[in-house]
Design a protein around this ligand. Structure first.
Ligand code: ARG
Length: 257
């Protein structure tokens, strides 16, 4: 009888030990570090993108989330997920957080939690260089507009009267459609439009000054995960305090915030 008890105790102890190592659900890398599973739509330069022939994801968000994970003693493992699939992936617990130039808004707050804002953005338009009639958002009436599916741009434009909306998978698809004259304008986040005009082969298109809204980007996590939310906010604060945020900001946007 005693022997059986001893064996049982031993089995229980080793089971507990395994649990402790696995860390109750949070995975470990080969190096023994915890993994923060990150989802992002890698189609949004300079926030998240992948250069041709490169394996690494790069951009402001990518550097920021890697720094946040590091502060938390984890390592970010980033998955490329289409923008409209990110919140469902979070709800299905396939990922721990989203960083994807995602605007904090009430509609999304019904479904997910957000960190403190980490970047102030807004919406602008890109049109063809020879465009004469569209100068501001109110000129969009009677025109065809492309937006990325699932975005705040899509929501905005769909509410405008007399605008025909084409929802496409990525901003790049939208710009292609604009050049192919399938649409007359692209509505998209200002820094992404600016970067596109500056960095890529944006021949034949221009971005307009008119700004539709002020939007704050946040890192999203499961709605009920107050603990993770707190940890991420603490990490963000630390990165602001120690100058790391500024460094990352300068790397991608030139000036300091
Ligand atoms: N800020 C906009 C939104 O939250 C667009 C974000 C798109 N992000 C991306 N990685 N494609 O709806």
């Amino acid at each position: 009888m005693k022997k059986i008890k001893k064996i049982l105790a031993a089995v229980l102890l080793s089971a507990l030990a395994i649990f402790a190592v696995v860390g109750c659900g949070s995975q470990q890398t080969g190096s023994g570090k915890k993994v923060l599973k990150v989802g992002s739509a890698i189609d949004f330069a300079p926030f998240e993108f992948q250069d041709e022939g490169e394996t690494a994801y790069q951009g402001f968000d990518m550097d920021l989330i890697r720094a946040v994970a590091k502060e938390m003693g984890s390592e970010a493992e980033i998955q490329n997920i289409g923008f409209d699939g990110l919140i469902p992936a979070l709800q299905a617990k396939n990922i721990d957080v989203i960083i994807s130039g995602m605007t904090i808004n009430d509609e999304r707050k019904q479904k997910v939690g957000f960190s403190d804002p980490y970047y102030r953005s807004g919406l602008t338009m890109v049109v063809r260089s020879d465009e004469e009639t569209i100068k501001s958002f109110k000129d969009l009436k009677g025109h065809k507009v492309a937006v990325q599916i699932g975005t705040t741009s899509a929501n905005m434009v769909k509410e405008m009267e007399g605008v025909t909306v084409t929802e496409l998978n990525t901003p790049a698809d939208c710009f292609m459609e604009l050049k192919a004259r399938g649409v007359d304008a692209v509505v998209n986040d200002r820094p992404v439009n600016d970067y596109y005009i500056k960095q890529s082969q944006a021949v034949g298109v221009k971005s307009l000054e008119d700004k539709l809204s002020a939007e704050d980007y946040g890192i999203a996590m499961a709605k009920d995960n107050a603990d993770l939310q707190k940890k991420i906010n603490e990490a963000l604060k630390k990165l602001h305090d120690n100058g790391e945020y500024d460094k990352i900001y300068q790397k991608w946007f030139g000036a300091s915030k």
